[in-house]
Design a protein around this ligand. Structure first.
Ligand code: FES
Length: 107
């Protein structure tokens, strides 16, 4: 099942911007790269540092703590398919953004 979490307009970053968005127990980093909005967990898969304040180049975010770089589109560490930050599809409909969060169905 997939939930659609609405992003309050003030939390939706403008082109070139970023924002921290928290809901329930999640803390997500949102980035707007040339009009495309990306959402990832604000927790580096290496040692959990925040990624929201990292250095952004194109759609690659670099963790401030130890410098690992992740592709915002796939979530994967550059040149690797072994390490991945959790990422979420984002839908924007008439200016309203939704984060799509899939939930495992109960066993
Ligand atoms: S915590 Fe992000 S690179 Fe180490």
């Amino acid at each position: 099942m997939t939930r659609r979490i609405p992003v309050p307009p003030r939390k939706l970053p403008q082109v070139g911007g970023r924002a921290l968005f928290e809901f329930e127990d999640k803390s997500l980093a949102l980035f707007n790269v040339e009009g495309d909005v990306f959402a990832i967990d604000d927790s580096c898969p290496h040692q959990g540092a925040s990624l929201c304040g990292g250095r952004l180049e194109g759609r690659v975010i670099q963790c401030c703590a130890h410098g690992l770089r992740f592709d915002l589109r796939s979530g994967y560490l550059l040149n690797s398919s072994a390490i991945k930050v959790v990422n979420y599809p984002v839908e924007v409909i008439d200016g309203q953004a939704f984060i799509l969060v899939s939930e495992e169905s109960a066993p």
